[in-house]
Write a protein that binds this ligand. Structure first.
Ligand code: TRP
Length: 337
C-alpha cells in the first residue's frame, strides 16, 4: 500500500503534560512508521487567542519541540517544523479564505466552543472574537492542504474542523476545475481520558497537570494530591477503586492487570492506605516516563533543537511552495519574479 501523507499540529501553549503524551505524541510516534508524516508546532494558531502576551511564545515552541522529540517523534522519519516558518501557509490561508463562505465558519461548533472559553459571559465572549480567530479553521485547512495531507490524526474536538476543511477543499477543486486538493480525513484514535489530579480534565490552565518535564519528585508530590475514594478515610476503611476517580484511573492507564488485581484486593480489603497506594502509583508512573524524561533532559542545548527544526522547516517549505505554485496556477495568478 503506498504511504499516505499525514499531517497534524499542536499549539505551543507551554510544556506538554502526560495527557498530551497519551493522546497525541504516542500516536504520532506510531504513525510515522505507517505514513509520510508532517508534524508541526502551530504557533500562529496560538496567536488566535493569545496574541496580547507573546513573551513566552519562543520559549514555549522550544519546550514543545523537546517534548515532541523526547516523546518518540524521529526527525529522520517525520518532518517536524514550525508553522510560522512557512509563509506560504499564510498565503494559502488568504487564498482559501476567498472561497470559504462565512456562514460555514459561523456554524463550526468547535469554534463556538473556543469562543465560549474567551469569557464567562456569552455576550462578552462574542465581543472578544477577532478576525484572526474566525479564520482559525481556514488556517488549519491551509496547514493540511499546503502539504496535500490526506490523513489528519486529531481528537474528537477537531472533527467539525476537519469537515470544514473537506468542504473548503471540495469547493476549491470545484470552482477551479482541478483535483489538486485531497479531501482530508480525520484519523480518530481511541485515547484514554486522563483526569488531572483534582478530577477535572487534565489541563495546564487548571494547574492540575503532570508534565513530561516534571521531575520524579514533582510527579510523586502531585500523585500524592490525587483524589481517591472519598469514603476511604482511614487505612482500615474499605475502599472501592471504581469510586477512586483520579488515582485508580491512572492505575488503569499505567499499570498492568496483575497490579490492578492487587490494588482491587488491597483497597477493598482495607489492607492498604491511600497514601501508600499512591506512592506505589507514582513509582509506576515515574518508571513509565523514565526513558522519555532521560531523553528530554539530554536536550541541554537549544541550538540542537533549532537545527532539527530548521531542517524540518526547509523540507516542509519546499512541499508547500510546490502546492502554492499549483494553486496560483489554477487560479490564474502570477508568481511574480
Ligand atoms: N487545532 C489543532 C488543536 O488545537 C491544532 C492544529 C492546527 C492542527 N493546525 C492543524 C491539527 C492542522 C491538525 C491539522 O489541536
Amino acid at each position: 500500500m503506498p504511504k499516505k501523507r499525514l499531517l497534524s499540529g499542536i499549539r505551543p501553549t507551554g510544556s506538554l503534560h502526560i495527557g498530551h503524551y497519551l493522546g497525541v505524541l504516542r500516536n504520532w510516534a506510531k504513525l510515522q512508521n505507517e505514513h509520510e508524516c508532517f508534524y508541526f508546532i502551530a504557533d500562529w494558531h496560538t496567536l488566535t487567542t493569545k496574541y496580547k502576551d507573546t513573551n513566552e511564545l519562543q520559549g514555549d515552541i522550544l519546550e514543545v519541540a523537546k517534548d515532541i522529540l523526547a516523546g518518540g517523534i524521529d526527525p529522520n522519519k517525520s518532518t517536524l517544523y514550525v508553522q510560522s516558518a512557512i509563509p506560504e501557509v499564510a498565503e494559502l490561508h488568504l487564498l482559501l479564505s476567498m472561497v470559504t463562505y462565512q456562514n460555514w465558519i459561523h456554524r463550526d461548533p468547535t469554534l463556538k466552543d473556543m469562543v465560549r472559553m474567551l469569557a464567562e459571559d456569552e455576550e462578552k465572549a462574542k465581543e472578544e472574537v477577532t478576525y484572526g480567530l474566525l479564520g482559525y479553521v481556514v488556517l488549519q485547512t491551509s496547514d493540511i492542504l499546503g502539504v496535500l495531507g490526506e490523513l489528519v490524526p486529531v481528537g474528537k474536538d477537531q472533527v467539525a474542523h476537519l469537515e470544514l476543511s473537506r468542504d473548503i477543499a471540495r469547493r476549491f477543486n470545484f470552482i477551479y476545475k482541478t483535483d489538486l486538493f485531497p479531501e482530508p480525513k480525520a484519523l480518530l484514535t481511541e485515547t484514554p481520558s486522563v483526569p488531572g489530579i483534582d478530577g477535572r480534565k487534565m489541563s495546564k490552565s487548571y494547574e492540575n497537570d503532570i508534565k513530561l518535564v516534571d521531575s520524579e519528585e514533582a510527579t510523586s508530590k502531585k500523585v500524592l494530591q490525587m483524589i481517591t475514594d472519598p469514603k476511604k478515610i482511614k487505612r482500615t476503611d474499605a475502599g472501592e477503586p471504581k469510586d477512586c476517580q483520579v488515582a485508580y484511573k491512572h492505575y488503569e492507564i499505567f499499570a498492568d492487570k496483575k497490579i490492578l488485581d492487587i490494588v482491587q484486593d488491597e483497597c477493598k480489603g482495607a489492607k492498604i492506605g491511600c497514601v501508600d497506594c499512591k506512592k506505589r502509583l507514582s513509582g509506576i508512573m515515574n518508571n513509565y516516563f523514565c526513558e522519555i524524561r532521560k531523553k528530554r533532559t539530554a536536550f541541554k542545548n537549544d541550538k540542537d533543537i533549532l537545527e532539527i527544526l530548521d531542517a524540518g522547516n526547509k523540507r516542509a517549505r519546499q512541499v508547500v511552495r510546490y502546492t502554492l505554485e499549483k494553486v496560483r496556477d489554477v487560479m490564474k495568478l502570477r508568481t511574480w519574479g
